[in-house]
Design a protein around this ligand. Sequence first.
Ligand SMILES: Nc1nc2c(c(=O)[nH]1)N[C@H]1C(S)=C(S)[C@@H](COP(=O)(O)O)O[C@H]1N2
Ligand SMILES: [Mo]
Length: 437
Amino acid sequence: MAMTKRERGLCELYAEDPERADHLVFGRRAGADRRGFLKGAGLAALGAVVGAALPFHRNYPAGLIPAALAETTEDFKIQGKSGLTLLNDRPLNAETPAHLLDDDVTPVERHFIRNNGIPPENTGAEDWTLKVDGEVSTPLELSIEDLQSRFEVVSLKLQLECGGNGRASFNPPAKGNQWTVGAIANSEWTGVRYADVLKAAGVKDSAVYTGHIGADTHLSGDPEKLPISRGVPLAKAMDPHNLIAFQMNGGPIHPMNGAPLRVVVPGWPGSCSQKWLRRIWVRDQVHDGPKMTGTSYRVPSYPVAPGEKVDKKDFVIIESMPVKSLITFPETGVELSGGAQSLEIRGHAWAGDRAVRQVQVSHDFGATWTEAELSPVPNPYAWQRWRAQIELPQAGYYEVWARATDDQGAMQPFAIAWNPKGYLNNSLHRIALRVTA
Ligand SMILES: Nc1nc2c(c(=O)[nH]1)N[C@H]1C(S)=C(S)[C@@H](COP(=O)(O)O)O[C@H]1N2
Ligand SMILES: [Mo]
């Protein structure tokens, strides 16, 4: 099923020629001030487009697509999931609208799905086995019961984000699933520490990387081909927060999220977290399974211009994901009555291998920022709740923007650092609000 999305055309219009796009959408005069200064017919047209007057219109940047126009709501039904937006049905890919990610722990039915191939039909736990081999002194073959009895069982809230989350906003567009903001989740995973299992197998000095093999099959139907097989460097593999998980939120893992056994390597691209896990192959070289090589889950090693051609040899493997935040309340597009008012904004923030230091919110197109209150993290690698109170001075159209800063001072940018495959978009999240008198 191919989905045509409304904002695609708008994004392309803006990609080609932002000034002309402003002119077409708002009637803003060509040659008018680049830094937003809408007046006369332009301002009236922008107001008509977003359905309200713009109290902070003077700050509205030129060439910016209003958040009110970049919304999609396309529900699809899959057993045990609700409210997700379908991006592709073969392989199945579905994301979660931001307002449905408001819970501290993401409910199973709202955890996004990112499949590269065809999920296995049999996901029963009874006869499932995990093999650990390669550069180890004692290769292992373990049932799920073996894992539970031989190793300490732990539960952690862990954020899992697809490396391509945010791809839909790339200009020029990048091929692949057009994730907007919802390929992120923070469920509670129960399992054994990945590191404990490696230690039990006895990692040899020759080991440098792990490789994961799952039970899903290639779209082509070729049984010799794996849809995806990625891994992590040994040092990351040994982090005690990586799990080999057999439960999700205290119950069974959803079949589309990797039942009955999966890896969860938080903070790195979701693709490191193999679902339907059958084998961990400890390697004496960087793992070279499907989607480890070429341009998959890789970015240029230096900044590139939008649309620039990049030599394959200049791509490097993505490791930690960058600092990011999401506004989960209110829902974008919400209409509030009563004119001037105070409003709570809330969401989550996370920062890959790093910690979140600060979250700020703006409701005047970035002219001023309000500090959000940040809740303590329940365990490392969980996302963090933040809340901010904003004052809306009058009826009109507002955008609320949120940006997080990590513990090394890296801040979410306003613009996207473009790369050919559309990875790592951590530009700030924007929502639209309308206030009526
Ligand atoms: N076996 C297997 N594991 C996989 C994938 C896959 O297609 N097959 N997709 C990966 C990718 S790209 C991501 S982002 C995460 C998504 O996990 P989820 O579908 O549970 O949200 O799973 C990863 N693990
Ligand atoms: Mo992914």
